[in-house]
Design a binder for this molecule. Sequence first.
Ligand SMILES: Nc1ncnc2c1ncn2[C@@H]1O[C@H](COP(=O)(O)OP(=O)(O)OP(=O)(O)O)[C@@H](O)[C@H]1O
Ligand SMILES: [Mg+2]
Length: 455
Amino acid sequence: MSPPLLFVDDDRAFSSLGAAALQREGYAVTLARSLHEARAALARLTPALVVLDRRLPDGDGLTFLSELKSHVPGAGVVMVTAHGDIASAVDAVRAGAADYVAKPVELADLVLRVRRALDTGRLKDRLAAAEAELSGRRRLIPPASAAMQRVLAALERIAASPRSAVLLLGETGAGKEMLARHLHALSFQNEDTPFVHVNCAALPEQTVESELFGHEKGAFTDARTTRRGLVEVAHGGTLFLDEVGELPLGLQAKLLTFLDSGRFRRLGGTTEHSSSARIVAATNRDLPALMARGEFREDLWFRLGVFRIDIPPLRERHEDILPLAEGILADLRRELGRKDAMLGARARARLATYPFPGNVRELRNIIERALVMESGPELELDVLQGGKPMPSLAAAVPDMDPESFVLAGPPRALEDVERLYTRWVLERLGGRRMEAAKVLGLSYPTFLKRLGEGS
Ligand SMILES: Nc1ncnc2c1ncn2[C@@H]1O[C@H](COP(=O)(O)OP(=O)(O)OP(=O)(O)O)[C@@H](O)[C@H]1O
Ligand SMILES: [Mg+2]
């Protein structure tokens, strides 16, 4: 937990006082009195931060800075400069120092700047890792199915109105977050535009409210300072409200007000603030069912539903399975160093009939697992053999025999038969719609359409 620091300074009084002050803050400090000693220390340890004097007995700290940066690129540097030497402070920051302190140094000031430089470094690391993850690995593989192509075409149109809210509906792993990020990239060309992800299910109500809308100092016991909410952080970009079905009712009202006016108040605050963030909400819950139970506001459903995107489950778009599998394999091959791996004929056949209850995420996991577990160049995707098949009609509802569905009279349009059969299944299941959709292997919106209720 104690980040290692290297303190390079030949002024004995200052370096021992400074080191002691930093040690009291919990940092593990190593002292070096010259560049020579600093190089020797770097051979042994990788500091998170270096406090570096400019004038050292065997050279200039500034020249050493570039050597240091190439040796330990992640280390932050706080430069110590002579009193009044602003030019050298500017040079240090240009050469990559995070900050500088001028002699005579106030110890409290030194501690503060060290802490701040470390925090900035950590933040940068986290952002870099997140960006690499997203841009490198998680590219959107172009869909082959007409249904998904329609979804992408809709997103392209929506991108042109970057203030409108969007609701993404789809089963787990179907690609809601992927599409939210895709819409963001289509809407805003500037890469610095914020995309802020909030998981509404992960936090208790008061925390969600202060995360989303911020709080004023003293709004609750732990609110020692005023904090901006993520709605403000996402200003000019996208606020992705994941699992919006879990948003507590009180906050649903506040979100509705924000959607209507772009305005909101921080927790404990009276001043109105505004943000131009676009809300993209997503859920795999059955929102109409939540509405029927009074757990989701109908007006919010309508407000969010102006641009509603239904992402079909993977089993309803067979044409996407192989292109996705090939694309994911190509990405993972590079990452896992299995350049020769490819899908064998049996693997393809297995993929074609597997129902993918976990959708694209499951497909990704299957391929990742095969790359690790199977050593041959031709992947078999053995896991799919033992994989759990979709619940068949009879297995899911033992007392329901599909044979007992009888149609009398003259031949009818297939569409009518589908509707009648859908209703029959629904009836047998005591009107439990989500369950009926599942048994029929349909997404909820498709189920509603078959029932003759969908849009
Ligand atoms: N078109 C696509 N191209 C490449 N990868 C995809 C595509 N669609 C989905 N994926 C991958 O599938 C996985 C699941 O996608 P995502 O996280 O977007 O699903 P989700 O709908 O948000 O799921 P959940 O409801 O569980 O949060 C991710 O690893 C994502 O990268
Ligand atoms: Mg998700």
